[in-house]
Design a protein around this ligand. Structure first.
Ligand SMILES: *Cc1c(COP(=O)(O)O)cnc(C)c1O
Length: 374
């Protein structure tokens, strides 16, 4: 059993993917070609943003956004304590101060009330200037933008949506990756929309930011590639990845329905067990980057994982450690308030095998084996 069955997806889309990749090979146009432009247009249309700027990966996408906003030394950026390392790493990478904020256990996303407390605390301390909130759409579920955006507006902060796991999600009719002032995603193979290597994209409605992002992504280019007006990065999506992503984006709405059905099947099969199941709040749609359960207090996660692993059932722990406990941030972050929910989640979460292509029989096997230990 695969944790995320990318082989089944390739099997389903092989003809179109192979055709596109062959076209790129035949054209020998590997960087900055027509497929990248076509993909950017289709991605922008899908999420409902004016611009899409593709780049090399989801981490660069976040960093480029911070660079376009000139975030740096003396600036505070608010990040959930429960996320993948990149969300915090990019803040330090541009020289700003990451401030970690606790999550809500129901959604695994940033707790808006604690966000505002953290902003007030940084404002009071007066050492760093609050500038940006990075809201992460964890496990495919968009963050609580209905409450986070007004907080950003009250305190004059920019909102950056880390939609690396959120592509395809929705809140009240608005699509993920259009919910921040700038929004980003990742095309890492295991993400909801993955390519066959690394890739990422940035979305915004602002013409000015789009121009800056395009410049920062290509060595701070000015009029042309050999006119460099700022220090940037080399961060591009290549044509082969675009050729993989075009047919995958076309299949994406169907796959999104498939993965939602699979998540519903898990929830039905797991109903009644002493577990906390992932919930999708009213008005939201998840893209189910992960199906993550919270084990009971007395469960031994290591034993459960070993038992399942011995029976050929792979599971993952996203994430075993709060961001604020990572050695890389020791003495290099702010933690205005202890993140108790994050700590609890880190000890008790377990992600089950999931992809649009997982079948009922496989899911029954996962659940039947899990039941033995609960
Ligand atoms: C995967 C991920 C990223 C980084 O994406 P890469 O393409 O791997 O650089 C950033 N944030 C979150 C929440 C992620 O899950």
């Amino acid at each position: 059993m695969e944790f995320r069955d990318l082989k089944a997806q390739y099997g389903a889309l092989k003809a179109q993917i192979d055709l596109g990749v062959d076209e790129v090979l035949a054209s020998s146009h590997f960087i900055g070609g027509q497929k990248v432009s076509e993909l950017e247009g289709k991605l922008a249309e899908y999420v409902g943003a004016k611009h899409c700027v593709s780049c090399a990966n989801g981490t660069d996408a976040l960093q480029l956004a911070l660079m376009a906003w000139e975030i740096g030394s003396g600036d505070a950026v608010f990040v959930p304590d429960f996320t993948f390392f990149s969300s915090g790493e990019v803040v330090s990478a541009v020289g700003a101060m990451p401030v970690f904020v606790d999550i809500e256990l129901d959604t695994f996303n940033m707790d808006p009330r604690k966000l505002e407390d953290a902003i007030l605390s940084v404002e009071r301390a007066g050492k760093f200037r609050p500038r940006v909130v990075i809201a992460v759409d964890l496990f495919g579920l968009p963050a609580d933008y209905g409450r986070i955006r007004p907080i950003c507006e009250r305190h004059g902060l920019l909102l950056l949506e880390d939609g690396a796991q959120g592509f395809g999600g929705m809140v009240n009719g608005r699509t993920a990756c259009s919910l921040g002032d700038i929004s980003t995603t990742s095309f890492f193979p295991a993400k909801p929309l993955g390519c066959y290597g690394d890739g990422g994209a940035i979305f915004t409605d602002s013409d000015e930011w789009e121009a800056l992002l395009r410049s920062y992504a290509v060595h701070g280019k000015g009029e042309c590639r050999y006119d460099n007006v700022r220090v940037g990065m080399n961060s591009r999506l290549d044509e082969i990845q675009a050729a993989v992503l075009l047919p995958k984006l076309k299949a994406f709405p169907t796959e999104l329905e498939m993965v939602n059905s699979a998540a519903d099947r898990y929830s039905a099969l797991l109903d009644g067990l002493p577990l906390k199941l992932p919930k999708v709040p009213n008005g939201y749609r998840s893209s189910w980057a992960q199906y993550t359960i919270v084990l009971p207090e007395d469960a031994n996660r290591g034993d459960i994982r070993r038992y399942l692993g011995d029976r050929g059932i792979p599971t993952m722990v996203y994430y075993p450690k709060p961001m604020s406990s990572q050695l890389a941030f020791a003495g290099r972050c702010c933690l205005p308030e202890k993140c108790e929910v994050t700590e609890f989640a880190c000890n008790k979460v377990l992600s089950l095998p999931l992809s649009p292509y997982i079948d009922l029989e496989t899911q029954v096997r996962v659940v039947d084996n899990l039941k033995m230990l609960l």
